[in-house]
Design a protein around this ligand. Structure first.
Ligand code: UT7
Length: 332
């Protein structure tokens, strides 16, 4: 049997400079730092400001960081997959724009749309191109410019989301490390609870769609919360069970950063103590497809070769899943 695995051999990231604090949100909607902190764990989030600044700006910056850190020639990249629900335009794919921007002239590239699970869907997809022997260098980006689809008059959504992007490089290994296992699911009946109704082919943009605020994120928060806790915990438990991992065997849980209470409940169900849970929600909020690569970016220096990492995500669709990664390197 082919024992080539796809190893993550580097991580890059980018967050915009502008910091939107809970204090500033207090001046925009009826909320408080105390409510936001206690209900979500978020203190601040980043916002990409300026004209004509799409998600590709952040994706390209994350990839440039990755290429520099891993000393990779962009011409050696075979494939770029960009997980995002806030592409620069409905088409072309933001991955195409990033590939051109970073000089990956020999790569083909495409976007994946799976909201907050986008990065792990893309990670598994990218890994299959490596495991099959088809390609040697695949870049997987996760990022969103959520500020472009958030109504800053809606206190139930504007406090949660932020902008940012991260990227990883996948390369083949036979060293018993890399992407070991993945489980993914989706359930389209979840579309009723979390969506952006207009701007697609069902309700194209019109004066009416704008007047009705249909180009913003719509979320039934409490319902999504319940689905998120149950599904993220169940699927993570399943991947641990089928790989014979107990809580003690897991070095790190890298959970989607939607709400600290969801993260705590998931870790609790998995028997994983707080010191092993990656968390940066307090400074970036929920960057949708960006949360997991930004976690890996922030925690890279703490990770050691051979660490067992369980990644778990849940989001719009509904989409959810879990990926078991054996970390491939110890950063200097
Ligand atoms: O990442 C993709 C998937 N998304 C998620 O996983 C998000 C899941 N949901 C959540 O994280 C939480 O449901 C929210 C953070 C969105 C909301 O927290 P909650 O504890 O579920 O609040 P709630 O919606 O049940 O609302 C409780 C109360 C309501 O007031 P009443 O009706 O009890 O008087 C809300 O109007 O809190 C009120 N409220 C707020 N108060 C102050 C809602 N948003 C705010 C706010 N500031 N920003």
């Amino acid at each position: 049997m082919n024992n080539v695995k796809a190893a993550i051999t580097g991580v890059g990231g980018y967050v915009p400079d502008y910091i939107l604090t809970n204090k500033e949100l207090e001046t925009m909607v009826e909320t408080s730092d105390e409510w936001i902190t206690s209900r979500t764990g978020i203190k601040e989030r980043r916002i990409l400001k300026g004209e004509n600044q799409g998600v590709s700006v952040m994706g390209a910056a994350a990839v440039k960081d990755l290429l520099t850190k891993t000393k990779t020639d962009p011409k050696d990249i075979d494939l770029i997959i960009f997980a995002t629900v806030t592409p620069d335009m409905p088409f072309p794919a933001s991955a195409n724009i990033v590939a051109a921007e970073v000089g990956a002239t020999n790569a083909f590239s495409f976007d994946i749309s799976a909201a907050c699970s986008g990065f792990i869907y893309a990670l598994t997809t990218g890994a299959k191109y490596i495991e099959s022997g088809m390609y040697k260098k695949v870049i997987v980006i996760g990022g969103d410019k959520m500020s472009s689809i958030i109504n800053y008059k809606d206190r139930t959504t504007c406090i949660i989301f932020g902008d940012g992007a991260g990227a990883v490089l996948l390369e083949p290994t036979t060293d018993q490390v890399g992407i070991i296992d993945s489980i993914h699911r989706s359930d389209g009946t979840g579309a009723n609870y979390l969506n952006m109704k207009a701007g697609g082919s069902r309700i194209p943009a019109s004066h009416e769609s704008i007047d009705q605020h249909l180009h913003y994120v719509y979320q039934e928060g409490a319902s999504v919360f319940k689905f998120a806790v149950t599904n993220m915990a169940d699927i993570s438990a399943k991947i641990m069970e089928r790989n014979n991992l107990k809580g003690d065997d897991v070095s790190w849980l890298a959970p989607h950063q939607a709400n600290k209470r969801i993260i705590d409940a998931t870790a609790d169900r998995m028997g994983i103590t707080e010191d092993k849970v990656m968390m940066n929600i307090e400074k970036y909020g929920n960057t949708t497809a960006g949360t997991i690569p930004l976690l890996l970016w922030d925690y890279e220096k703490k990770l050691k070769k051979g660490d067992n990492i369980i990644i778990a995500a849940f989001g719009g669709g509904f989409t959810w899943g879990s990926v078991y990664v054996k970390w491939a390197y110890t950063a200097n």
